[in-house]
Design a protein around this ligand. Structure first.
Ligand code: FAD
Length: 470
């Protein structure tokens, strides 16, 4: 299979896409081949920007006829080297961003894959509904990319991952055939649930062109900042808060004290909401139809946590601005960590109950490799999902981390597996974790994935080399 398109591909591709639908401008090709973080440089010979499903289907058919490989791309914000082309034709979906339908009585909406997450949230809001997915890249990340990576974010505890938020999909298959599965049905037991194959497939099984999403009643949130002594107390506090709020906890984020210090040193105008000597903070949100209900529930839950000796100190946000200040600290951790020094970052998950033991065991194992290591461990603890970073200050007298990167990464992954966890909680596999996953997951799972890939994409043109090698 060629990755560089043959000359016979170009003229019909340009014809079917129209003048706005393609580019060979080196600057644009370069931008499409540079990921959000700019950490590496990919390459693409041709940028296609279809404007409609039929156009996308005709393009994929043409690619199949010429054995031309495709990398589907949304906002290019993915973190695992999945959507950045490495020689493939880049199919950017951002022109396909129309809202096709909003049905508030069915609590559903149909939107094209190239729309941003913020556009989907705004569309729901205008219909007096909630689309609950929320994450740091939401202004740029597209619905197609978010479905393809089965994105998570800060409200998974209450609403689930992206896979849980879709009712149907429209997909251009690797043959160029269109599968119209845009059903808005909640009950549809008619065999294999195909939409779940494409969610999390990272563009390896087809090009998602539109999706039907679930909508929810709008809610008001109460936000709290809690000082907690240990990771074990954080996990116990989550159980207490869930018991007392009827499971209306939307977010439960763990933040280490050293991350608060990094952010307040790095970002002007930020301050520690409750300075204290304890090692951990929790950012908790509870959702209810009214702010008063949410506030009362959260207050009762934290009082119960204090009675159980789990809460050292706590403050409830008195306004939206106050809540935003809490969230700014949480959301600034990745950037401030980068300003602080070098870090090896992993997006892992383990069963919630095992988080405290995992942190202790993994830190000890990493220190067995690099005794000087320090750690920043934060994330969606309610989902068992930790962003686990081994860090080295920029002014370390003898830099040690880069030289030990492979050994540290393997140590973290092996510990995660020993705790029954996953080495990719929400960011996906891409090219970055493909080989490590082939080593770690059961051979039966890898073989089944290969069989599915071969069955749907026998020519191997859809985002080759991502997720699983065939
Ligand atoms: C600051 C920041 C914060 C983040 N926070 C979170 C977080 O909290 N939780 C989380 O889960 N993730 C997070 N992410 C990563 C997140 O996975 C991506 O932002 C998002 O899911 C990818 O969307 P995208 O449109 O940018 O897709 P891209 O990066 O363009 O592509 C991602 C993958 O999807 C495929 N793809 C894209 N569009 C389509 C399509 N239409 N059809 C088929 N395949 C397609 C690509 O080929 C690629 O494999 C974060 C990223 C950043 C930069």
């Amino acid at each position: 299979m060629t990755t560089l398109p043959p000359p016979a591909f170009h003229a019909p591709a340009k014809d079917l896409l129209g003048p706005k639908g393609w580019s060979e401008d080196p600057e644009k090709l370069n931008a499409a081949a540079t990921p959000w973080r700019g950490t590496f440089q990919g390459a693409t010979p041709f940028l296609a920007r279809p404007a409609a499903t039929e156009e996308a289907a005709a393009l994929v058919k043409l690619c199949a006829a010429h054995r031309v490989a495709i990398t589907p791309q949304g906002g290019n914000t993915g973190l695992v080297d999945g959507g950045t082309p490495h020689g493939e034709v880049c199919v950017s979906m951002t022109r396909m961003n129309a809202v096709r339908e909003v049905d508030p009585f069915n609590n559903s909406m149909v939107i094209e894959a190239g729309a941003t997450l913020v556009a989907a949230q705004d569309t729901a809001d205008a219909a007096n509904r909630l689309f609950p997915l929320s994450l740091g890249s939401q202004g740029t990340a597209t619905l197609g990319g978010l479905i393809s990576t089965n994105a998570g974010g800060v409200a998974v505890l209450r609403y689930g991952m992206m896979r849980d938020l879709i009712l149907g999909l429209e997909v251009v298959l690797p043959s160029g055939e269109i599968w119209d599965g845009l059903s808005g049905l909640r009950k549809n037991n008619t065999g294999y649930d195909l939409k779940h194959l494409f969610a999390g497939a990272e563009g390896t099984l087809g090009l998602i062109t539109a999706a039907t999403f679930k909508l929810f009643p709008k809610v008001q949130r109460a936000t709290g900042w809690v000082v907690v002594a240990s990771a074990a107390d954080v996990v116990k506090l989550l159980a207490v808060v869930r018991d007392h709020t009827g499971d209306s906890v939307t977010s439960f984020e763990i933040i280490p004290a050293n991350a608060v210090a990094m952010v307040t040193a790095d970002i002007p105008g930020t301050r520690d909401p409750l300075p204290a000597n304890a090692d951990w903070r929790v950012l908790v949100e509870v959702s209810q139809p009214t702010a008063a209900q949410a506030g009362l529930l959260l207050q009762n839950a934290l009082e119960a946590g204090a009675e159980a000796g789990l809460v050292q100190d706590a403050v409830l946000a008195a306004s939206d601005a106050h809540a935003k200040a809490f969230w700014t600290i949480r959301e600034s951790i990745p950037l401030s960590k980068r300003a602080y020094g070098t870090a090896l970052n992993q997006d892992i998950s383990v069963p919630v109950s095992r988080i405290p033991d995992f942190i202790a065991a993994c830190n000890a194992a990493v220190r067995g490799v690099v005794p000087q290591a320090d750690f920043v461990i934060f994330g969606h603890v309610g989902d068992g999902n930790l962003h686990y970073s081994v860090v080295e200050p920029a002014d370390a007298p003898a830099p040690f981390l880069k030289a030990q990167e492979a050994a540290v990464t393997r140590t973290v992954f092996d510990t995660v597996m020993a705790f029954g966890g996953s080495i990719s909680a929400e960011h996906g596999v891409g090219r970055l974790k493909r080989d490590e996953l082939a080593r770690l997951r059961p051979a039966a799972a890898t073989e089944t994935m290969r069989a599915i890939k071969r069955a749907l994409d026998p020519l191997g043109i859809m985002n080759p080399g991502r997720v699983v090698s065939v």
